[in-house]
Design a protein around this ligand. Structure first.
Ligand code: ASP
Length: 326
């Protein structure tokens, strides 16, 4: 008999913190690329990056507080980052070996696995919005190059000359990548970072992911990385999580990183953090990059194996942070 009275006390004593603290109503994470980000970054440069990330995160936070759908939020946040020349997406896209810009982007809706992706885009100002149009206005999920740009005109998506994406700092990065190539020195990852992404859980419990990039400095013509490959650099599924990756695209494609994290949760019973750490630290190599993710319960993971990752996270429980290094 005595034991029956003890039972409620034991149950309360054993309750995990997760069980006692309610899940957040909404959550968001963003990234602005991973790579060799020197800790000696001048303060003024660091502050500028932090201000850009903060502004994008604030915009996403306000939309989620107002009850906007996660799909609208991730598109809007990525558009803000695409307009910022600091990041390797949209306006600040890196140069290919031929001295032009070829952009990739993808978006995914966790409600029903709808997705849209574009690759090898040279004249669309905001590739993430073209990816969304592919998702919503065509029976397809992936469009490339000239065909995708023709579709941009039909869909009323703004086009710009390729020189719109020219920036001095990315031109210098190409010049030094070419010099290193001549000297047969491995290209520094530094010349790559700046891909952008956003993942969000909205008040209705829906997840979405969006990623946009100029790819890698000095890439060969026609090279496509992981970003627009659904399941590699971008993935969202209401049953598990929304994930956006950044890093050496070839490795993220080989390991199907974003989907592998989701699959380890769905079939392997792992939590988001366990699945993401397993993939980033045990499947990829040090220096390959990282991911941001939000799970269906609002858990946020921002995990990377590179020196740094520009990132930010916020949720309805008051979390709001931006960071670059560990
Ligand atoms: N993952 C991108 C690509 O390979 C680059 C990056 O995230 O830095 O195209």
């Amino acid at each position: 008999m005595r034991y029956i009275f003890l039972l409620p006390i034991l149950l309360i004593g054993c309750a995990s913190p997760e069980a006692t603290s309610p899940a957040p109503e909404w959550a968001i994470a963003i990234h602005g690329g991973a790579g060799v980000i020197s800790k000696d970054l001048p303060d003024s440069v660091r502050l500028d990056y932090e201000a850009s990330l903060t502004a994008a995160l604030e915009a996403g936070k306000s939309m989620l507080m107002e009850g906007k759908p996660s799909l609208d939020v991730v598109e809007a946040v990525v558009r803000i980052l695409e307009e910022d020349p600091r990041f390797n997406a949209g306006r600040g896209a890196v140069y290919t070996a031929d001295g032009v810009h070829e952009l990739d982007a993808a978006i995914m809706d966790g409600r029903d696995l709808s997705c849209g992706a574009v690759a090898g885009i040279t004249t669309v100002r905001n590739p993430i919005s073209l990816a969304r149009k592919v998702m919503e206005d065509t029976p397809h999920v992936f469009m490339i190059g000239a065909g995708a740009e023709k579709f941009a005109d039909q869909a009323g998506v703004e086009r710009v000359p390729n020189s719109f994406f020219d920036t001095e700092h990315r031109r210098r990065a190409l010049d030094s990548a070419k010099r290193r190539e001549l000297e047969k020195v491995t290209a520094s990852l530094e010349s790559r970072y700046g891909t952008v992404g956003a993942v969000a859980l909205d008040k209705a419990g829906n997840l979405a992911a969006a990623t946009s990039t100029g790819g890698m400095t000095n890439k060969r013509f026609g090279r496509v990385g992981d970003v627009p490959v659904i399941g590699a650099g971008t993935y969202a599924n209401n049953a598990t999580a929304a994930i956006s990756a950044t890093g050496t695209g070839e490795e993220f494609i080989r390991h199907v990183v974003a989907h592998q994290i989701s699959a380890q949760m769905e079939y392997g019973g792992k939590t988001l953090i366990q699945a993401a750490e397993n993939v980033i630290f045990h499947k990829l190599k040090p220096g390959d990059g990282g991911i941001i993710s939000v799970s269906k319960t609002g858990e946020i993971a921002m995990i990377f194996n590179s020196e740094g990752m520009f990132r930010g996270a916020a949720d309805s429980k008051g979390r709001f942070e931006v960071a670059i290094w560990e």
